[in-house]
Design a binder for this molecule. Structure first.
Ligand code: GLC
Length: 425
């Protein structure tokens, strides 16, 4: 069977009727940014079903505009922490109490690119909801003028060593309710976050529940407060895409002005995340100002967001070139020259499909065709060698963590379909 067909079958197998789970067993619910990437892949063969992926995600939006990282339409005992651990969340469907990188506006813009009446109607159908989500990031999730994150899970890069700076400043709640992890029952525990990290993740959840998920208080008073280049660059690009859609829809000047203000704020935050010692954009603890010490697989998303000075971009490229000399498969999630690099442990080293997708797209758009092609081709080689895994060992191309993974299939389909990736042969 062709890989193309296997990819389509993988998405069909993970389809739960209007929404798609990342993979059976390990992740039995709808995840936020997964669904956005999944929609891109499904759109290559079934636009109506792709659109349903987006509208079903929006069904979980909270009254304050937040779109949660996971929507719990059921309570699956094989997953922890499920709905009961998150407590009473205010959305229309039980959910987590944190968000995820807001890639949705960019995907919607891409899916509705041509100016047909149907595309205009689709954009109009979701615009206000996505606008409300971005407004939430720019208010409830902003601290000291910087879009922040309150939980490593919100960044989508759960146990990346960048978060240790924030986690090291926290203590595990002395009254942390006992629990039984399920993630390490489905896959090799050596791929997964450590026990101490898990206790801290749950300490933040317990805090959020204790303040009834008041998001302003969670940002101001929560145990963890960092700035994440992934959320930052994804949001900045998404704000730019949202502005383009607002203009196409003829939205009032006040809406355009709000979005323009967010973009100005975002451009300033790019500098805030610039770690000059490393020549890279890295995470930063907002309370102490401390930078993390490694190049991650979101460090080069300045191209995707079309931000950063020429000098910053030059130094990012030279870091990419250095790292390319250390691994067989780009782009590792953590710097192979930094402490805590582990080729198989989740966000401490493995290559992640959706990150290669965004990085490669950004590089191609900004005239870095060669690097863009390498980052795309390396992921394709890993998929051809091992299949549609959640992530891949950057030294060997072996698959890690979950198999039959939806966003990996979706990225593959999108690349196969697309000849438009500017600058990539
Ligand atoms: C893991 C990843 C996160 C993803 C989720 C479902 O938690 O770190 O980015 O959304 O799995 O695939």
């Amino acid at each position: 069977m062709s890989l193309m067909q296997t990819a389509i079958d993988t998405l069909a197998k993970n389809d739960r009727g209007g929404f798609t789970i990342p993979t059976e067993g390990l992740y039995p619910y709808q995840w936020n940014w997964d669904s956005a990437f999944i929609a891109l892949g499904i759109a290559t063969y079934d636009m109506d079903r792709a659109w349903a992926e987006i509208t079903s995600l929006l069904e979980g939006q909270w009254p304050d505009g937040m779109i949660p990282s996971i929507i719990f339409r059921s309570d699956d005992p094989s997953y922890f922490p499920g709905p009961s651990r998150w407590g009473k969340t205010p959305g229309p469907i039980p959910s987590t109490g944190v968000s995820q990188p807001p890639v949705l506006a960019t995907v919607v813009r891409q899916l509705t690119q041509t100016g047909t009446a149907q595309n205009q109607a689709r954009k109009a159908q979701v615009f206000d909801r996505i606008f409300a989500w971005h407004a939430w990031y720019h208010s409830a999730r902003t601290a000291d003028g910087i879009v922040a994150t309150v939980h490593p899970w919100e960044t989508g890069r759960d146990n990346c060593p960048e978060w240790n700076i924030g986690l090291d400043q926290m203590t595990v709640a002395p009254d942390l309710a006992p629990y039984k992890r399920m993630d390490n029952k489905h896959v090799d525990p050596s791929f997964r976050p450590s026990q101490e990290q898990y206790d801290k993740y749950l300490t933040i959840v317990q805090f959020g529940d204790s303040i009834d998920w008041n998001q302003r208080r969670l940002t101001d008073e929560g145990p963890f407060l960092m700035a994440d280049p992934n959320i930052h660059f994804v949001l900045l690009r998404a704000d730019k895409d949202l502005l383009a859609m607002a203009q196409e829809l003829g939205k009032p000047a006040s809406v355009l002005d709000d979005i323009k203000g967010w973009i100005v704020k975002g451009e300033a935050a790019t500098d805030y995340l610039w770690n000059d010692d490393l020549g890279a954009f890295t995470a930063r603890d907002i309370r102490s100002g401390t930078f993390s010490g490694g190049f991650s697989n979101c460090s080069a998303l300045c191209f995707y967001a079309d931000t950063g000075t020429p000098e910053q971009r030059r130094r990012v490229i030279s870091n990419l070139e250095r790292i390319a000399g250390k691994v067989d498969y780009m782009l590792p999630s953590w710097d192979p020259d930094a402490a805590q690099f582990e080729a198989q442990r989740y966000w401490c080293g493995p290559v992640w499909p959706q990150m290669n997708y965004m990085t490669s797209l950004g590089l191609a758009e900004q005239g870095e065709a060669g690097l863009a092609k390498n980052i795309r081709d390396d992921l394709c080689r890993a998929i051809e060698k091992s299949g549609f895994w959640e992530c891949f060992n950057p030294l060997t191309g072996e698959g890690c963590v979950g198999a039959n993974f939806s966003w990996t299939a979706a990225v593959w389909l999108s690349w196969q379909h697309e000849t438009k990736l500017k600058g990539v042969a």
